[in-house]
Design a protein around this ligand. Structure first.
Ligand code: SF4
Length: 418
Protein backbone atom coordinates (compact mmCIF):
# COMPACT_ATOMS: atom_id res chain seq x y z
CA UNK A 1 0.00 0.00 0.00
CA UNK A 2 1.26 3.42 -0.84
CA UNK A 3 1.18 5.48 2.37
CA UNK A 4 1.03 8.67 0.40
CA UNK A 5 -0.21 9.26 -3.08
CA UNK A 6 -0.27 11.97 -5.73
CA UNK A 7 -4.02 11.54 -6.12
CA UNK A 8 -5.31 14.79 -4.67
CA UNK A 9 -8.58 13.49 -3.20
CA UNK A 10 -7.20 10.60 -1.18
CA UNK A 11 -4.44 9.93 1.35
CA UNK A 12 -3.32 6.39 0.51
CA UNK A 13 -3.93 3.67 -2.05
CA UNK A 14 -4.42 -0.06 -1.66
CA UNK A 15 -4.48 -2.59 -4.48
CA UNK A 16 -5.86 -5.97 -3.40
CA UNK A 17 -6.67 -6.87 -7.01
CA UNK A 18 -4.48 -6.81 -10.07
CA UNK A 19 -5.30 -6.62 -13.78
CA UNK A 20 -8.21 -5.08 -15.67
CA UNK A 21 -9.86 -4.77 -19.08
CA UNK A 22 -10.80 -1.64 -21.00
CA UNK A 23 -14.50 -0.86 -20.88
CA UNK A 24 -15.13 2.62 -22.30
CA UNK A 25 -13.43 5.67 -23.90
CA UNK A 26 -12.18 6.79 -20.49
CA UNK A 27 -9.86 3.76 -20.48
CA UNK A 28 -8.04 4.77 -23.68
CA UNK A 29 -5.01 6.22 -21.90
CA UNK A 30 -5.31 4.17 -18.70
CA UNK A 31 -2.33 5.02 -16.49
CA UNK A 32 -2.65 1.71 -14.62
CA UNK A 33 -2.28 -0.21 -17.86
CA UNK A 34 0.86 1.75 -18.73
CA UNK A 35 2.43 1.15 -15.33
CA UNK A 36 1.41 -2.52 -15.35
CA UNK A 37 2.96 -3.06 -18.80
CA UNK A 38 6.19 -1.46 -17.58
CA UNK A 39 6.36 -4.03 -14.76
CA UNK A 40 5.13 -7.02 -16.73
CA UNK A 41 8.50 -8.67 -17.31
CA UNK A 42 9.49 -12.06 -15.94
CA UNK A 43 9.10 -12.27 -12.13
CA UNK A 44 7.75 -8.71 -11.94
CA UNK A 45 4.47 -7.84 -10.21
CA UNK A 46 2.38 -7.54 -13.36
CA UNK A 47 3.75 -10.55 -15.24
CA UNK A 48 0.76 -12.08 -17.02
CA UNK A 49 -1.53 -9.13 -16.27
CA UNK A 50 -0.32 -6.68 -18.93
CA UNK A 51 2.03 -6.67 -21.89
CA UNK A 52 3.76 -4.32 -24.28
CA UNK A 53 2.40 -4.55 -27.81
CA UNK A 54 3.13 -2.72 -31.06
CA UNK A 55 -0.05 -0.72 -30.39
CA UNK A 56 1.11 0.21 -26.88
CA UNK A 57 0.55 -1.22 -23.39
CA UNK A 58 -2.38 -3.62 -23.08
CA UNK A 59 -4.05 -5.59 -20.29
CA UNK A 60 -4.06 -9.31 -20.97
CA UNK A 61 -7.52 -9.69 -19.40
CA UNK A 62 -6.31 -11.60 -16.36
CA UNK A 63 -7.75 -10.20 -13.11
CA UNK A 64 -6.82 -11.70 -9.76
CA UNK A 65 -7.30 -11.10 -6.08
CA UNK A 66 -3.84 -10.68 -4.53
CA UNK A 67 -4.11 -12.42 -1.19
CA UNK A 68 -0.82 -11.06 0.16
CA UNK A 69 -2.15 -7.50 -0.26
CA UNK A 70 -5.52 -8.06 1.38
CA UNK A 71 -4.60 -7.30 4.98
CA UNK A 72 -2.64 -4.11 4.29
CA UNK A 73 -5.32 -1.83 5.83
CA UNK A 74 -5.05 -3.92 9.00
CA UNK A 75 -1.27 -3.82 9.07
CA UNK A 76 -1.32 -0.05 8.56
CA UNK A 77 -3.47 0.65 11.59
CA UNK A 78 -0.73 2.47 13.45
CA UNK A 79 0.02 4.71 10.49
CA UNK A 80 -3.70 5.48 10.15
CA UNK A 81 -4.04 6.31 13.83
CA UNK A 82 -1.05 8.64 13.73
CA UNK A 83 -2.59 10.30 10.69
CA UNK A 84 -5.89 10.65 12.56
CA UNK A 85 -4.20 12.23 15.56
CA UNK A 86 -2.45 14.71 13.31
CA UNK A 87 -5.40 15.58 11.05
CA UNK A 88 -8.42 14.90 13.27
CA UNK A 89 -10.00 12.57 10.75
CA UNK A 90 -9.46 9.09 9.37
CA UNK A 91 -7.17 8.86 6.37
CA UNK A 92 -8.98 8.21 3.11
CA UNK A 93 -7.81 5.15 1.24
CA UNK A 94 -8.53 4.59 -2.46
CA UNK A 95 -9.05 0.87 -3.00
CA UNK A 96 -7.85 -0.43 -6.36
CA UNK A 97 -6.23 2.65 -7.82
CA UNK A 98 -4.62 0.27 -10.36
CA UNK A 99 -7.64 -1.86 -11.15
CA UNK A 100 -11.40 -2.15 -10.63
CA UNK A 101 -12.75 -4.13 -7.67
CA UNK A 102 -15.95 -5.06 -9.49
CA UNK A 103 -13.97 -6.52 -12.38
CA UNK A 104 -13.52 -9.56 -10.13
CA UNK A 105 -15.96 -12.22 -11.25
CA UNK A 106 -16.31 -13.97 -7.92
CA UNK A 107 -18.59 -12.44 -5.29
CA UNK A 108 -16.67 -14.36 -2.63
CA UNK A 109 -13.47 -12.56 -3.57
CA UNK A 110 -15.23 -9.20 -3.36
CA UNK A 111 -16.56 -10.28 0.06
CA UNK A 112 -12.99 -10.74 1.21
CA UNK A 113 -12.05 -7.20 0.19
CA UNK A 114 -15.14 -5.78 1.93
CA UNK A 115 -14.35 -7.80 5.04
CA UNK A 116 -10.94 -6.15 5.25
CA UNK A 117 -12.58 -2.75 4.84
CA UNK A 118 -15.06 -3.60 7.61
CA UNK A 119 -12.18 -4.62 9.88
CA UNK A 120 -10.22 -1.43 9.32
CA UNK A 121 -12.51 1.37 10.53
CA UNK A 122 -9.43 3.56 10.98
CA UNK A 123 -9.61 4.15 7.20
CA UNK A 124 -12.33 5.72 5.07
CA UNK A 125 -12.23 3.45 2.05
CA UNK A 126 -13.05 4.85 -1.38
CA UNK A 127 -14.08 2.43 -4.13
CA UNK A 128 -14.61 3.52 -7.73
CA UNK A 129 -15.80 1.30 -10.54
CA UNK A 130 -16.66 1.46 -14.21
CA UNK A 131 -18.55 -1.86 -13.83
CA UNK A 132 -21.45 -0.04 -12.20
CA UNK A 133 -24.00 -2.72 -13.11
CA UNK A 134 -22.13 -5.18 -10.91
CA UNK A 135 -22.59 -3.14 -7.71
CA UNK A 136 -26.37 -3.33 -7.18
CA UNK A 137 -26.26 -6.99 -8.21
CA UNK A 138 -23.60 -7.70 -5.62
CA UNK A 139 -25.63 -5.86 -2.94
CA UNK A 140 -29.03 -7.10 -4.18
CA UNK A 141 -29.69 -9.11 -1.03
CA UNK A 142 -28.28 -7.03 1.80
CA UNK A 143 -29.01 -9.57 4.53
CA UNK A 144 -27.22 -12.32 2.59
CA UNK A 145 -24.27 -10.05 1.74
CA UNK A 146 -24.00 -8.93 5.38
CA UNK A 147 -23.88 -12.59 6.38
CA UNK A 148 -21.22 -13.47 3.76
CA UNK A 149 -18.99 -10.52 4.67
CA UNK A 150 -19.59 -11.32 8.35
CA UNK A 151 -18.35 -14.89 7.83
CA UNK A 152 -15.18 -13.53 6.23
CA UNK A 153 -14.69 -11.02 9.07
CA UNK A 154 -15.23 -13.77 11.61
CA UNK A 155 -12.64 -16.04 10.05
CA UNK A 156 -10.09 -13.20 9.80
CA UNK A 157 -10.58 -11.66 13.25
CA UNK A 158 -11.88 -14.55 15.35
CA UNK A 159 -14.71 -12.32 16.56
CA UNK A 160 -18.29 -13.55 16.31
CA UNK A 161 -20.19 -11.98 13.43
CA UNK A 162 -23.10 -11.37 15.81
CA UNK A 163 -23.37 -9.04 18.76
CA UNK A 164 -24.92 -10.25 22.01
CA UNK A 165 -28.36 -9.10 20.90
CA UNK A 166 -28.10 -11.20 17.73
CA UNK A 167 -27.64 -8.27 15.36
CA UNK A 168 -24.77 -8.35 12.83
CA UNK A 169 -21.51 -6.92 14.08
CA UNK A 170 -20.65 -5.58 10.61
CA UNK A 171 -23.98 -4.47 9.05
CA UNK A 172 -24.14 -3.07 5.53
CA UNK A 173 -23.73 -0.45 4.23
CA UNK A 174 -20.37 -0.12 5.95
CA UNK A 175 -20.07 3.38 7.46
CA UNK A 176 -16.42 3.72 6.45
CA UNK A 177 -16.83 2.77 2.77
CA UNK A 178 -17.69 5.25 0.03
CA UNK A 179 -18.81 3.68 -3.23
CA UNK A 180 -18.69 5.40 -6.57
CA UNK A 181 -18.58 5.22 -10.32
CA UNK A 182 -16.25 6.79 -12.86
CA UNK A 183 -17.90 8.54 -15.78
CA UNK A 184 -16.44 10.45 -18.71
CA UNK A 185 -19.37 11.79 -20.74
CA UNK A 186 -23.16 11.84 -20.86
CA UNK A 187 -23.41 8.33 -22.23
CA UNK A 188 -21.41 6.75 -19.42
CA UNK A 189 -23.21 8.92 -16.84
CA UNK A 190 -26.60 7.74 -18.14
CA UNK A 191 -25.42 4.16 -18.11
CA UNK A 192 -23.72 4.07 -14.70
CA UNK A 193 -25.52 6.53 -12.44
CA UNK A 194 -28.77 4.55 -12.21
CA UNK A 195 -26.73 1.66 -10.84
CA UNK A 196 -24.94 3.87 -8.37
CA UNK A 197 -28.08 5.39 -6.97
CA UNK A 198 -29.49 1.92 -6.50
CA UNK A 199 -26.47 0.89 -4.45
CA UNK A 200 -26.61 1.45 -0.70
CA UNK A 201 -23.51 3.29 0.53
CA UNK A 202 -22.38 5.64 3.28
CA UNK A 203 -21.42 8.11 0.53
CA UNK A 204 -22.03 7.74 -3.20
CA UNK A 205 -19.23 9.38 -5.14
CA UNK A 206 -18.86 10.18 -8.84
CA UNK A 207 -15.51 10.71 -10.52
CA UNK A 208 -15.78 12.53 -13.85
CA UNK A 209 -12.18 11.98 -14.90
CA UNK A 210 -11.03 12.10 -17.60
CA UNK A 211 -13.94 14.37 -18.48
CA UNK A 212 -14.38 13.97 -22.26
CA UNK A 213 -17.68 15.70 -22.90
CA UNK A 214 -20.49 17.74 -21.35
CA UNK A 215 -22.49 15.99 -18.62
CA UNK A 216 -25.91 17.06 -17.44
CA UNK A 217 -26.62 15.59 -14.05
CA UNK A 218 -29.91 17.44 -13.61
CA UNK A 219 -31.57 14.35 -14.97
CA UNK A 220 -30.55 12.72 -11.70
CA UNK A 221 -32.06 15.49 -9.65
CA UNK A 222 -35.65 16.32 -8.84
CA UNK A 223 -35.87 17.97 -12.27
CA UNK A 224 -35.22 14.61 -13.88
CA UNK A 225 -37.55 12.08 -15.47
CA UNK A 226 -37.34 8.34 -15.91
CA UNK A 227 -38.98 6.48 -18.82
CA UNK A 228 -41.33 3.77 -17.61
CA UNK A 229 -40.61 1.68 -20.73
CA UNK A 230 -36.81 1.63 -20.91
CA UNK A 231 -35.70 3.44 -17.71
CA UNK A 232 -33.98 6.18 -19.75
CA UNK A 233 -33.23 9.12 -17.47
CA UNK A 234 -33.33 12.67 -18.75
CA UNK A 235 -34.95 16.04 -18.58
CA UNK A 236 -38.10 17.21 -20.31
CA UNK A 237 -36.41 19.25 -23.04
CA UNK A 238 -34.77 16.09 -24.34
CA UNK A 239 -38.04 14.27 -25.04
CA UNK A 240 -38.87 14.27 -28.76
CA UNK A 241 -42.05 15.95 -29.93
CA UNK A 242 -43.81 14.27 -32.86
CA UNK A 243 -44.32 16.32 -36.04
CA UNK A 244 -48.10 16.17 -36.21
CA UNK A 245 -49.20 19.74 -35.55
CA UNK A 246 -52.70 18.86 -34.37
CA UNK A 247 -52.08 15.66 -32.47
CA UNK A 248 -48.51 15.81 -31.24
CA UNK A 249 -47.06 13.88 -28.36
CA UNK A 250 -43.70 13.42 -26.70
CA UNK A 251 -41.60 10.32 -27.33
CA UNK A 252 -38.78 8.92 -25.25
CA UNK A 253 -35.50 9.70 -27.11
CA UNK A 254 -34.15 6.24 -26.39
CA UNK A 255 -37.00 3.74 -26.94
CA UNK A 256 -39.27 6.13 -28.88
CA UNK A 257 -42.29 4.90 -26.99
CA UNK A 258 -44.92 7.55 -26.19
CA UNK A 259 -43.65 9.48 -23.23
CA UNK A 260 -44.48 7.88 -19.92
CA UNK A 261 -41.91 9.51 -17.72
CA UNK A 262 -42.19 9.74 -14.00
CA UNK A 263 -40.21 12.27 -12.00
CA UNK A 264 -37.06 10.88 -10.47
CA UNK A 265 -36.70 11.30 -6.75
CA UNK A 266 -34.08 13.69 -5.54
CA UNK A 267 -30.76 11.95 -5.92
CA UNK A 268 -28.35 14.72 -5.05
CA UNK A 269 -26.40 15.81 -2.05
CA UNK A 270 -27.95 15.62 1.36
CA UNK A 271 -30.88 13.65 0.12
CA UNK A 272 -29.03 10.36 -0.05
CA UNK A 273 -28.02 10.43 -3.71
CA UNK A 274 -24.82 11.62 -5.32
CA UNK A 275 -22.81 12.76 -2.34
CA UNK A 276 -19.56 13.91 -3.92
CA UNK A 277 -18.36 14.83 -7.41
CA UNK A 278 -14.75 14.85 -8.58
CA UNK A 279 -13.87 16.43 -11.93
CA UNK A 280 -10.57 16.21 -13.74
CA UNK A 281 -8.97 16.47 -17.16
CA UNK A 282 -6.74 13.79 -18.61
CA UNK A 283 -2.99 13.66 -18.02
CA UNK A 284 -0.14 11.67 -19.52
CA UNK A 285 0.79 10.81 -23.09
CA UNK A 286 -2.03 11.21 -25.56
CA UNK A 287 -4.16 13.16 -23.07
CA UNK A 288 -7.33 14.68 -24.49
CA UNK A 289 -8.30 18.27 -23.61
CA UNK A 290 -11.24 19.20 -21.36
CA UNK A 291 -13.43 22.11 -22.43
CA UNK A 292 -13.64 24.62 -19.54
CA UNK A 293 -17.43 24.82 -19.81
CA UNK A 294 -17.76 21.09 -19.06
CA UNK A 295 -16.03 21.58 -15.73
CA UNK A 296 -17.87 24.84 -15.02
CA UNK A 297 -21.21 23.25 -15.69
CA UNK A 298 -20.56 20.38 -13.26
CA UNK A 299 -19.31 22.83 -10.64
CA UNK A 300 -22.51 24.86 -11.02
CA UNK A 301 -24.72 21.77 -10.90
CA UNK A 302 -23.02 20.67 -7.69
CA UNK A 303 -23.41 24.09 -6.15
CA UNK A 304 -27.10 24.20 -7.10
CA UNK A 305 -27.62 20.77 -5.53
CA UNK A 306 -25.54 21.57 -2.43
CA UNK A 307 -23.16 18.68 -3.07
CA UNK A 308 -19.40 18.88 -2.42
CA UNK A 309 -17.29 19.44 -5.53
CA UNK A 310 -13.63 18.58 -6.00
CA UNK A 311 -11.77 19.95 -9.01
CA UNK A 312 -8.83 17.61 -9.25
CA UNK A 313 -6.86 18.92 -12.21
CA UNK A 314 -6.96 20.40 -15.69
CA UNK A 315 -4.71 17.59 -16.85
CA UNK A 316 -2.25 18.30 -19.65
CA UNK A 317 -4.31 21.04 -21.27
CA UNK A 318 -5.02 24.51 -19.88
CA UNK A 319 -7.66 26.79 -21.43
CA UNK A 320 -6.07 29.91 -22.81
CA UNK A 321 -8.35 32.06 -20.62
CA UNK A 322 -6.66 30.44 -17.59
CA UNK A 323 -3.10 31.13 -18.75
CA UNK A 324 -1.24 33.22 -16.19
CA UNK A 325 1.08 35.63 -17.97
CA UNK A 326 3.26 35.79 -14.85
CA UNK A 327 3.76 32.02 -14.78
CA UNK A 328 6.65 31.05 -17.07
CA UNK A 329 5.45 27.42 -17.06
CA UNK A 330 2.39 28.57 -18.98
CA UNK A 331 4.60 29.96 -21.76
CA UNK A 332 5.94 26.53 -22.67
CA UNK A 333 3.77 26.12 -25.71
CA UNK A 334 3.99 22.47 -26.72
CA UNK A 335 0.74 22.21 -28.63
CA UNK A 336 -2.61 23.99 -29.02
CA UNK A 337 -6.10 22.65 -29.61
CA UNK A 338 -9.35 24.36 -30.56
CA UNK A 339 -12.17 22.43 -28.89
CA UNK A 340 -15.91 23.00 -29.13
CA UNK A 341 -18.31 22.47 -26.25
CA UNK A 342 -19.69 19.42 -28.07
CA UNK A 343 -16.21 17.86 -28.17
CA UNK A 344 -15.25 18.56 -31.82
CA UNK A 345 -11.75 19.80 -32.53
CA UNK A 346 -10.91 22.37 -35.20
CA UNK A 347 -7.73 23.38 -37.04
CA UNK A 348 -5.96 26.08 -35.07
CA UNK A 349 -5.78 28.41 -38.01
CA UNK A 350 -9.08 29.99 -38.91
CA UNK A 351 -11.36 28.44 -36.29
CA UNK A 352 -12.53 31.85 -35.14
CA UNK A 353 -14.02 32.71 -38.50
CA UNK A 354 -15.28 29.23 -39.38
CA UNK A 355 -17.21 28.23 -36.26
CA UNK A 356 -20.47 29.71 -34.88
CA UNK A 357 -20.43 31.12 -31.34
CA UNK A 358 -22.96 28.45 -30.32
CA UNK A 359 -20.14 25.91 -30.69
CA UNK A 360 -18.26 27.82 -27.98
CA UNK A 361 -14.89 26.82 -29.40
CA UNK A 362 -12.12 27.50 -26.92
CA UNK A 363 -8.38 27.38 -27.36
CA UNK A 364 -6.42 25.13 -25.01
CA UNK A 365 -2.70 24.99 -24.57
CA UNK A 366 -0.77 21.85 -23.69
CA UNK A 367 1.42 22.96 -20.78
CA UNK A 368 1.62 19.74 -18.73
CA UNK A 369 -0.35 18.60 -15.68
CA UNK A 370 1.79 20.33 -13.06
CA UNK A 371 1.81 23.67 -14.82
CA UNK A 372 -1.90 23.50 -15.62
CA UNK A 373 -2.70 23.07 -11.93
CA UNK A 374 -6.13 22.77 -10.39
CA UNK A 375 -7.70 26.22 -10.24
CA UNK A 376 -11.03 26.60 -11.98
CA UNK A 377 -11.73 30.26 -12.75
CA UNK A 378 -9.07 31.14 -10.19
CA UNK A 379 -10.64 29.09 -7.38
CA UNK A 380 -9.42 25.84 -5.79
CA UNK A 381 -12.35 23.50 -5.22
CA UNK A 382 -11.41 20.89 -2.63
CA UNK A 383 -14.67 19.98 -0.99
CA UNK A 384 -15.30 16.60 0.62
CA UNK A 385 -18.34 14.90 2.07
CA UNK A 386 -18.62 15.40 5.78
CA UNK A 387 -15.75 13.57 7.49
CA UNK A 388 -16.50 10.18 8.95
CA UNK A 389 -16.27 10.02 12.73
CA UNK A 390 -12.62 9.42 13.44
CA UNK A 391 -12.29 5.76 14.42
CA UNK A 392 -9.28 6.32 16.60
CA UNK A 393 -9.84 9.72 18.12
CA UNK A 394 -13.57 9.34 18.65
CA UNK A 395 -14.05 5.80 19.73
CA UNK A 396 -11.00 3.60 20.13
CA UNK A 397 -11.05 4.01 23.89
CA UNK A 398 -14.75 3.44 24.22
CA UNK A 399 -15.77 0.94 21.56
CA UNK A 400 -15.21 -2.64 22.79
CA UNK A 401 -15.60 -4.07 19.27
CA UNK A 402 -12.89 -1.86 17.91
CA UNK A 403 -10.63 -2.61 20.85
CA UNK A 404 -11.08 -6.34 20.23
CA UNK A 405 -10.12 -6.00 16.56
CA UNK A 406 -7.14 -3.82 17.43
CA UNK A 407 -5.93 -6.29 20.03
CA UNK A 408 -6.26 -9.15 17.60
CA UNK A 409 -4.02 -7.49 15.03
CA UNK A 410 -1.59 -6.19 17.60
CA UNK A 411 -1.01 -9.73 18.87
CA UNK A 412 1.34 -10.60 16.02
CA UNK A 413 4.13 -7.98 15.94
CA UNK A 414 4.90 -8.95 12.34
CA UNK A 415 1.51 -7.67 11.36
CA UNK A 416 2.26 -4.21 12.62
CA UNK A 417 4.26 -1.83 10.50
CA UNK A 418 4.49 1.73 11.65
S1 SF4 B 1 -11.47 0.37 -15.74
FE1 SF4 B 1 -9.90 1.73 -14.87
S2 SF4 B 1 -8.11 0.42 -14.51
FE2 SF4 B 1 -9.49 -0.70 -15.88
S3 SF4 B 1 -8.76 -0.22 -17.95
FE3 SF4 B 1 -10.38 1.26 -17.47
S4 SF4 B 1 -9.28 3.04 -16.61
FE4 SF4 B 1 -7.88 1.30 -16.55
Amino acid sequence: MAQTTNIEWTDATWNPTRGCRRVSPGCLNCYAEKIAARFSGEYLAFEGFAKRTAAGPRWTGRIDLIRSKLDEPLRRRRWAENFALEHGRNPRMFANSMSDLFALESDEEIDRVFAHMALSPWFTHQVLTKRADRMPKYFANMAYRTEMIGIECESISGLSRYLDDGSPRWPLPLPNVWLGVSIENQETADERLPYLINTPAAVRMVSAEPLLGPVDLRRWSDEGLECQHCAWGGIEEQCQRTDDEDDWEYLCPRCEEPCAHTPIDEYWGEKGGIGWLIVGGESGDGARPMHPDWARSLRDQCQAAGAPFFFKQWGEWLPVDHVDLYNPLHWRLKQESALSVTGSTYPIKGWRSSTPESERVRLLRRVGKKAAGRLLDGVEHSEFPEAQPCAYVESAHRNPELIAVRKHFAADPDKETA
